[in-house]
Design a protein around this ligand. Structure first.
Ligand code: OGA
Ligand code: MN
Length: 202
């Protein structure tokens, strides 16, 4: 796993974003997707909002439904995922001194026709979010399913920004600095699943 951790962090430091395929196994992808569906079927998901002081639901901005993972309700597959994240946090703290202390993760479900317009993840009033992490849970994702992640990398002085398109294939993890990198989720034509979270300072 440390190889994946190194790949992710090297990517963040050198390119502005890091990717690791098979960060979780295909059986973990299926188990987490099943768990997500089970929790959604029991009515636990809520339309995601924007902002952190006055949260409002704006479907023209983002159309996903989310459920926060909380320690009280985690099942073995969620615990396995979060403990891998814990190891990643320890690795990052040893190698980059970001002073990460905490993390928060939610499931996200995009129904066909939904998207999340270009944005930054860090709230104006709360700068504790240092790294954004998205881990996809889509088995057999196809190009026609849409829902790609678009990253907007600022160009060097005078250069145009660069758009990077990432397919949300199951098991893939993407990481970038929450306060720096603008990004968007392109419209999905097929249900799109992920676990998304933030590694935070104290
Ligand atoms: C987010 C987000 C990206 C993705 O939830 O803030 O930008 O690919 N997600 O799901
Ligand atoms: Mn985001």
């Amino acid at each position: 796993m440390t190889v994946a951790f190194e790949t992710i962090i090297d990517g963040v430091l050198n390119d502005g974003y890091g990717i690791a395929d098979n960060f979780i196994t295909q059986s973990e992808v299926t188990a987490l997707a099943d768990q997500l569906h089970q929790r959604r079927d029991s009515g636990k998901f809520k339309a995601a909002g924007i902002g952190n002081e006055h949260v409002s639901v704006e479907n023209a901005v983002r159309g996903d439904e989310i459920l926060w993972l909380d320690e009280a309700t985690t099942t073995p597959v969620e615990i396995a995922f979060l403990s891998r994240i814990n190891e990643f946090v320890a690795y990052v703290n040893q190698t980059c001194y970001l002073g990460l202390r905490d993390f928060e993760f939610h499931y996200a479900l995009y129904s066909p026709g939904t998207f999340y317009k270009r944005h930054l993840d860090r709230f104006r009033s709360d700068s504790r979010r240092k790294l954004s992490i998205v881990c996809y849970l889509n088995t057999n994702w196809q190009e026609a399913d849409g829902g790609q992640l678009a990253l907007y990398l600022p160009g060097a002085t005078g250069d145009q920004e660069q758009q990077i398109i990432i397919s949300p294939v199951g098991g893939r993890l993407v990481c970038f600095e929450s306060g720096l990198l603008e990004h968007e989720v392109l419209p999905a034509t097929h249900e799109r699943l992920s676990v998304t979270g933030w590694l935070k300072t104290a």
